[in-house]
Design a protein around this ligand. Structure first.
Ligand SMILES: *Cc1c(COP(=O)(O)O)cnc(C)c1O
Length: 402
């Protein structure tokens, strides 16, 4: 596993990836984060933890997830071969279960009495509530009232799974307010509670820890492509919100210079509008949520309102490791618009019978755009981070299908 690049640690002892990452948090929170780091550094090297996690990956999540050759799509595009890494087939329907299981096991090991998190569309909330039910630890999810009304199926699922749902009505009653509310609850007792972050973001050690739990994706891709065609793929492509499914897919290949890595950000209504969430493409180095990273912010240093058709991608920050990989030029960060994403959603559904999450459809959109320009022997692996059941009603209404 690649934990350094060009001699730069990923991360160093203080949690920095080059100039990004770190812990920009109050002192009492720093103690709590350091305790989590010590506990994680301990258990990650124990056979008991590794065996428990691999057993759950195999028999609970259903790993390894298949690598599928999209033959009809490839033939239609007439260029590079397209392979799909099927994270959409995981239990709960996305890659998020990979790190939620890791976080829930860590919480149990540390004797925490409550796992706290925020959720926007409810995907992180459902995956975490699932992992907490399995591990047997109380779970409290904070969600904006506006999102609660929009995301009814996920709200009900969290309740069925036994999570306590806190409805947040302050401010705009959306994701940012849910983060503030969950954080306040966590600060009441950081010794006994744990805040389970939903991507490779936040203060150290979360960007490292979540990446480690997700790295199974790329490890499997490497084995699967080498079994299938005796070589690494030429490209690995993934969508980037906070960046966890992308780092999961990229990590095994970071030091394989022949493998091109592409992260696809949401261009929303277009990069020349304010309605996008292309943080690495148009943001600048700054701070948000306890870390240094690229941020989309205004002149006063306030995070800008962001937009994507995929609610899992609209975040004004991005993982610190991605910020470094951009500066180093190791990963190419590209974008896809809402319209390209919708087209990709329908094309993959109709040509391969696979309905992708709108988030994942951004990575598919990149392949649809670029594969036709490439030679037929080139092989692209697209990470299908999740399934599109959650988006079906929205897309059907948008396209007038119902
Ligand atoms: C949450 C989510 C994402 C975005 O999160 P990353 O941390 O950028 O991976 C992408 N795809 C799906 C299906 C998601 O649920």
């Amino acid at each position: 596993m690649a934990h350094q690049i060009n001699g730069i640690a990923l991360p160093n002892e203080d949690g920095f990836f080059g100039q990004y990452g770190g812990q920009f948090i109050p002192p009492d929170l720093k103690q709590a984060m350091d305790d989590i780091n010590v506990a994680y550094e301990h258990i990650r090297h124990t056979a008991e933890f590794q065996n428990e996690l691999s057993d759950l990956f195999a028999h609970y999540v259903g790993r390894p997830s298949p690598l599928f050759y999209a033959k009809r799509l490839t033939n239609q595009l007439g260029g590079a071969q397209i392979y799909l890494k099927r994270e959409d087939l995981n239990h709960t329907g996305a890659h998020k279960i990979n790190h939620c299981l890791g976080e829930a096991l860590l919480a149990k090991y540390m004797g925490k009495t409550k796992v706290i998190a925020e959720t926007g569309a409810g995907q992180h909330g459902v995956a975490l509530a699932t992992a907490c039910a399995l591990v047997g630890i109380p779970c409290e999810i904070h969600m904006g009232q506006v999102d609660i009304e929009k995301e009814h199926p996920n709200v009900v699922k969290m309740k069925i799974l036994g999570a306590t749902l806190i409805s947040v009505t302050r401010g705009t009653a959306t994701l940012k307010d849910a983060v503030d509310s969950a954080f306040e609850e966590y600060l009441k007792d950081p010794q006994n509670y744990i805040y389970a972050i939903g991507s490779v973001v936040g203060p150290h050690p979360f960007p490292m820890m979540v990446r480690d739990f997700q790295a199974i994706i790329g490890d499997e891709i490497k084995v699967q492509t080498n079994e299938r065609f005796g070589a690494n793929p030429d490209y690995v492509v993934a969508c980037v919100g906070g960046g966890s499914n992308a780092l999961g897919a990229f990590t095994a290949f970071l030091n394989d210079e022949d493998v091109k890595l592409v992260g696809v950000e949401p261009a929303g209504h277009g990069l020349d509008t304010h309605m996008h969430s292309a943080t690495l493409t148009l943001g600048k180095p700054s701070h948000i949520h306890g870390m240094a990273c690229y941020v989309l912010e205004d002149e006063q240093g306030e995070p800008l309102p962001v937009h994507s058709i995929a609610s899992g991608l609209d975040y004004p920050g991005v993982g610190p490791q991605h910020s470094l990989l951009k500066d180093l030029g190791r990963v190419e960060y590209s974008t896809a618009t809402d319209q390209e994403c919708l087209d990709a959603f329908m094309i993959l559904s109709r040509v391969e019978g696979i309905v992708p999450a709108l988030e994942s459809a951004h990575a598919v959109a990149w392949a649809l755009r670029e594969a036709p320009k490439m030679a037929k022997e080139i092989k692209i692996v697209v990470n299908v981070s999740g399934r599109g059941d959650k988006d079906a009603d929205y897309v059907a209404a948008k396209l007038g299908l119902n």
